[in-house]
Design a protein around this ligand. Sequence first.
Ligand code: KIV
Ligand code: ZN
Length: 511
Amino acid sequence: MSENVIIFDTTLRDGEQSPGASMNAAEKVRLATQLERLGVDVIEAGFPAASQGDFEAVAAIAKRLENTQVAGLARASKADIDLAWDAIRHAVKPRIHTFIATSDIHLKYKLKMSQEEVLKAAVEAVKYASSLTDNVEFSAEDGSRSDRDFLCKVFEAAIEAGATTVNLPDTVGYTVPEEFGDLVKYVMAHTPNINKAILSVHCHNDLGLATANTITAIQAGARQAEVTINGIGERAGNTSLEEVVMTMHTRPNYVPLTTNIKTEYIYAASKLVSMITGILVQPNKAIVGANAFAHEAGIHQDGMLKNPMTYEIMKPETIGLNANKLVLGKHSGRHALHEHLKEMGYDLSKDELKTIFIKFKELADKKKHVMDEDLEAIANENLFHTDQVFELEYMHVTSGTTVYPMASVKLSINGRSVQGAGYGNGPIDAAFESIKKLTRAEAELLRFSVSALTGGTDATGEVTVRLRENGLVALGRGADSDIITASAKAYINGLNRLEYLKTHPVVDAKV
Ligand code: KIV
Ligand code: ZN
């Protein structure tokens, strides 16, 4: 039987450190559930010491998941470890992940600590974490730029103190495959007790080499890969889960190891991450990009028709693309909808199904075929509630070639109805102007993007906005077959999220 590589997903922690990618607790729980369905072994749910919101989200995930290990990140301090443990203790398999930097540059300028002090702090942190759980991971931050012998010494001491996983990060995305593979082999050979722990790697993508470095590390002996969906993460991102998993799946001769990932859920996980974070996947992104399986050149299309293997190294169905693309219509019943949503990863309560069914019928009345993307938009809009300070009750917009665009809007603000009108350069501008007046919003609109979720002129339009107020940045989303309504919904959603951030401040403790 071939050996397994543990897939440690950090979309909810390092991925959330992508600029602008903040998710609320309900969204994090939803994503964690999807990651469990995907079959990841460990979910790093967050950094509980970073904020009350992070703590609560990690705790909610820990309570919700049924099989997956839930890790909470902690600096090498008792206070951080206590918070991490408090947040994850109810998980079926909790893991404390503690870290400290080991490179000379981090020691000198960031930590202002000597190697001896760092070694001592690492050992104390791991010992303390091990007194709480026997599932402890230790990371040597900036490991790839650390003195090799000091790195091995710290790993040896951490394992001795109780670490069951030691993680070697390429924190700044600086290494190259040959060097990193060599370092992994060095660590394996010069850490005397390495056989008592799993060696993990965690790469960043600053040079576009995160996947190559991770695969080389696995070939050299690493048995845990730390990854994120769509490769999101700090700066240029982290190693992408789908790239590592599909490389192993597609090239077993070179990487003869297995993972527990159910590849057919990769596409759904990718869609969910981009939906929740608002970070769109570049069309040419490997595995999950919109063009990843599109064959444009005539000569390719001809070959594909004769035998798909001429130009296709993976089948789209393997990652869940085109599978279950059931088209529902206005005659589809509640049961069919429920079953199909289950297939898509939405296990709804009775009340949730009732809400979604009403919205589905409304859309099916307007649109002949309701596609998966439409259902996703309905589900995401109606299932993930932030506190609803502002709600759209009514909107009427006039625009055209001979009128000045005007929007008349009725909103509920904390349950009280208010009404007003505004003009703008176009109908969306007018709608935003009215909403701004009514809510007295001071938020600046940083980004506005519209996309069609499905083909055709009756497509559901999805709008994403990014708003900033006093240093807080929030994402808003809205979907509707009318893009002006979708825009208004997105704006209001963004304002609600800003309200949420105001009451759930993030302390400056990002890693
Ligand atoms: O990149 C990094 O070094 C990290 C550690 C906290 C594992 O994210
Ligand atoms: Zn990282």
